[in-house]
Design a protein around this ligand. Structure first.
Ligand code: FES
Length: 123
């Protein structure tokens, strides 16, 4: 049995100096504000926001994912958290300003996989 209506996984991964990462793009602040907003709305017993590792979308951060829906969000900065909570977590609708397009994501990861496979063959 799933004890939470939603689990929100917020990437708090960091990368080497000079590389983009969710932490450098404000994900820890997003997670902190999200937790505060859940408490403020008394949703903290139905929804759990937790840190997680890299989604491989580092340049788009802060990234997070909402399960069980499996909706990924990018660029969800702390100033967008209240609207995100109201739209996605309260009303159960995609928060379109930051919702990732599933087809675009599939294409992104497929192209990257093909590129990585090609790089591996060249070695
Ligand atoms: S650091 Fe967050 S997606 Fe990579």
């Amino acid at each position: 049995m799933e004890p939470f209506k939603y689990r929100i996984f917020v990437c708090t991964a960091d990368k080497d100096e000079g590389k983009s990462s969710c932490v450098r793009r404000g994900s820890k602040e997003t997670l902190a504000v999200l937790k505060e907003e859940l408490v403020r709305r008394n949703l903290q017993f139905d929804m759990k926001a937790v840190p997680c590792g890299c989604f491989d979308l580092c340049e788009r951060g802060p990234n997070l994912a909402v399960y069980p829906e499996g909706i990924w969000y990018s660029g969800l900065s702390k100033d967008k958290v209240a609207d995100f909570v109201e739209t996605q977590l309260v009303k159960g609708k995609r928060f379109e300003p930051c919702a990732c397009d599933e087809d675009e994501l599939k294409n992104f990861f497929e192209k990257r996989k093909i590129r990585k496979m090609a790089e591996t063959r060249q070695r």
